[in-house]
Design a binder for this molecule. Sequence first.
Ligand code: NI
Length: 218
Amino acid sequence: MQRKTLPLIGAMLAALAAIGLAALVVWNQLSGGSDDVARGDGEAVVAPGLSVGGEFELVNQDGETVTEDTYAGQFMLVYFGYSSCPDVCPTELSGMATAIDILAERDPAAAEKVTPVFITIDPARDTVDVLKDYAPAFHPRMVGLTGSAEDIEAIARKYRVYYAKGQQIDEEFYLMNHSGYVYLMGPDGAFVTMFHGGTDPDSIAKALQRYVTATATS
Ligand code: NI
């Protein structure tokens, strides 16, 4: 890369950071951005230097307050969605659960190090009681997190998750629009990688095994 192009790219990055993660992923792929790490199927490339994730304080499906420290030492496989979602969210959460089960068959110790986490972007409907039934239905170890509208907005911003109220189906029922990446966060809470929505569970399982093993031996 030529030196004089750097300020321009910095400005582009700043502009794109305002737009959101999806745009950055696209930009990075179009630009053939630095991809020096071998990546598996479904793994998105994020612009270098871009922060994804961070501190949070939310409530789990048992009504307990949890923070990023609650999961220190664990990998978190994180998906943002809502329990009233008719199709995409259930498919994605089932895929995460299947990936962990595949990993558990190949490498039980590695699977134990990954906690699947569902974070709602619809806290008005996804109360603690709703998540108590919803999250474990996909996987016995799946954690469901909710919080105030402000708390959800804060964590969504850190993960660069887009969400907004969508179509009103009838007087009571509405859809939510939202981005659909699956994030892998490391035992130190730092971003590891993220998967495009619809990535097959076997590819996610392979990536999980690779990252968990790399962390255990480094
Ligand atoms: Ni959804």
